[in-house]
Every structure is written in C-alpha cells, then in structure tokens.
Write a protein that binds this ligand. Structure first.
Ligand code: KG4
Ligand code: ZN
Length: 348
C-alpha cells in the first residue's frame, strides 16, 4: 500500500511516499529556517506563505523520487493538527484536493502521533507497550503507547515546551534561531557543571488523578529553568558578543544539562513505575546529542530497551505522518472531506 503523506504543521514543508507503513520510498523536507531566523522565531504569516509556494514542488519531487505515478497511490495522509492554523491548512487543502482527484482515501494524522510513529520507521517490529517522550518546539509529553493508536498521557509540560525553552534561551543569549541545534553544538565545548540551574518538578511528583484536569503524575515545567538563566545572566552579564561567546558556552551547557536531566529522569521513572521495558523518543529536541546519549545510557543502566530515531526522523517530516497514517488506515480511521484543521489537537 502506497501512501502519499504531507506535513506542514509548522515551518517545514514536507512530503513523503511510504510503502506498507514502514518503507520510506521518498522523503522531501523544505525548511524555512532561513526566512524566520532574522526574526528570532517563526512568523506564522511567513510560514503559511512559504508553504503555499513550496507545497506543489515538494509533492512533485516526493513522487519523482519514489518513482511511482499518482495512479499507484492508495491513500493520502496529512497532518490536521496540532500546529499553526495557517500552515496546517495548506497541507490539508493539498491532501484533500489530491484525494478527491484520485478518488483515494484521505487520512488525517495527529502530528504528535507522527513523532511517536517515527520509531516504527526505525523499528517496524516495535512491541507494545512502550513509553514515548515527545519533545518538540511546541510539545513535551510522556505517552504510554499500549497498541496502535492507543495512547495514555503520563505527563505534559505545565508551561514551556522543552524546545521552546531552548529557542528562548538561545535568543536571550543572542545566539540565533532555532536555538536547539545552536545550544547543542555550543554546549559540547562548555562546562555543564558551571551553573546549577533549578530542575523544577523533579523532586516533587504531582499527585496525578483527581486535582486539576491538566495534572499528570510525570508533568514537566521548563519556564523556571529559562527564567533562572535570565536571572543568572542579569547578575553575571557576559562580555558583549563582539568579544566572543565567553561564558555563554558554559551557560548553554549548564542549561542543557538541567533540561536533559529532567527529561531523562522523569522518563526512566515513568517506565520503571509502570513496569515498561521499552522507551522511545521523538520530536525536534530528540535530535539533541546529550538527550540521545544520556537516555541511551540511563536505559542501559536500568535494563530498558531504548529506541532513538535518526535525526531526520526526529525533526518534522512527512515520512512519520505516512507511517502513522498507515496504521490509522488499518484501524479504519479514514477521514472525509469535512476534516478540519485542529491547531490544539491532543493525543492521550
Ligand atoms: O518537532 P520539531 O521539528 O517541530 C515542532 O513540532 O515543534 O521541533 C522543533 C524544535 C525547536 O524548538 C528546535 O530548537 C528543537 O526542536 N531542536 C533541538 C535540536 N534540534 C532541534 N533542540 C535541542 N537540540 C537539538 N539538536
Ligand atoms: Zn514536530
């Protein structure tokens, strides 16, 4: 079964052709980073305009690289949310048009499902149950996956997503956008023990069950770490950027350690306390070298299997949407043309 998958939820225009759920025949990603960098973050209006410019050429290239014709497609999958409304609508409209023209089923995929299913592209025989840590620019969520499309939320961020904290700290330090890869690279030469930034919500486990609707046992919080960086820099101003990066390198490394320690510790605790023997990761921050290394090491130490997808499957891509779309299709979860974007769509 050949699925043409489309992903335009944020600032990457992507199309892929995926065969039988896990075989990627082609995957094209057109990044808009350069257009947003000078503004220090994503400008939604620019994002949607760039998607409109790129969507047709990107789909065309994905079809050419897969070396199949439109008549060989069996279904069209697209992200319907969560994401930026003006971005989502471009991919959804394209998918609807192609589905309608070819008279092939339309499958709406949740972007977060996509990040989880990237792990099946790496490991098609992945067994349930497993825990997936989704860490991206918009989300930080710990999900227990008990079967195809069966998700239970174990924890979420109460404030900033991990990637958002990276981007904000990088902007505050004048390092550029997107902040995650920049801090990741800088941190390699810094002293991660230079500053002991707070690790909120590690010592105190939220009660879970009852209480606030939004409260889960393994919730995260990252805005405190970000604020701690801001206070530290105000008290200990680094030299102007023109004179080199100076202590920014140590601050970047120390900030990264605080974030990664929190992510790893909570994930391992959730796995152990729920007797789950497999941990997977997904989302842009899962491309972080320290998170990848520390999660693998912590899992090994506890006898937990750890799945870490390659970098190009962690950041936004349509191949993961094609994979999730296949398993949705298998469960009869096919959409109709009333499918609408849902910018705050959730799973679990
Ligand atoms: O999943 P993604 O591509 O888009 C969203 O769904 O948000 O994630 C983008 C986020 C950005 O915040 C970016 O700074 C972060 O992922 N990111 C990283 C790294 N590469 C991307 N964060 C830390 N280390 C990285 N190497
Ligand atoms: Zn994403």
């Amino acid at each position: 079964m050949n699925i043409l998958a489309i992903e335009t939820s944020c600032d990457e225009t992507s199309a892929a052709v995926v065969k039988d759920g896990t075989e990627v025949l082609s995957s094209i990603i057109s990044s808009q980073n350069d257009f947003h960098a000078k503004y220090g973050g994503i400008v939604p209006e620019i994002a949607s305009r760039k998607h409109i410019e790129s969507i047709s050429p990107v789909i065309k290239e994905a079809m050419e690289r897969a070396a199949i014709g439109f008549k060989d497609l069996d279904a069209i999958a697209t992200t319907f949310g969560p994401g930026l409304p003006g971005s989502l609508i471009v991919g959804l409209s394209a998918a609807k048009a192609i589905s309608f023209a070819l008279k092939k089923p339309l499958i709406g995929v949740n972007h977060l499902e996509g990040h989880i299913y990237a792990n099946f592209l790496l490991e098609p025989k992945l067994k349930f149950p497993f825990i997936c840590l989704i860490v991206s620019g918009g989300h930080t969520q710990l999900v227990k996956v008990t079967g195809h499309m069966e998700f239970e939320t174990l924890g979420r961020t109460r404030d900033d997503a991990a990637g958002e904290a990276y981007d904000k700290v990088a902007r505050f330090l004048g390092l550029g956008y997107p902040g995650g890869p920049i801090i990741d690279k800088l941190a390699k030469t810094g002293n991660e023990n230079a500053v002991n930034f707070t690790r909120p919500m590690l010592a105190r486990q939220s009660p879970g069950g009852g209480g606030l609707e939004e409260e889960y046992k393994y919730d995260f919080s990252f805005s405190g770490i970000k604020t701690a960086v801001v206070y530290y820099v105000k008290k200990n101003p680094p030299r102007p950027l023109g004179e080199g990066l100076g202590v920014r390198v140590d601050i970047a490394a120390s900030f990264q350690k605080a974030v990664v320690d929190t992510l790893v510790e909570k994930t391992i605790r959730a796995a152990e306390e729920n007797s789950i023997k497999t941990v997977a990761i997904g989302g842009g921050v899962a491309a972080n070298s320290k998170l990848r290394a520390d999660m693998k090491a912590a899992c090994k130490n506890k006898g937990i299997k750890c799945i870490v997808p390659p970098l190009e499957l962690c950041t936004d891509n349509a191949a993961m949407i094609g994979c999730a779309g296949y398993f949705r299709y298998k469960k009869g979860m096919v959409a109709d043309y009333s499918l609408a974007i849902e910018s705050t769509a959730r799973i679990g």
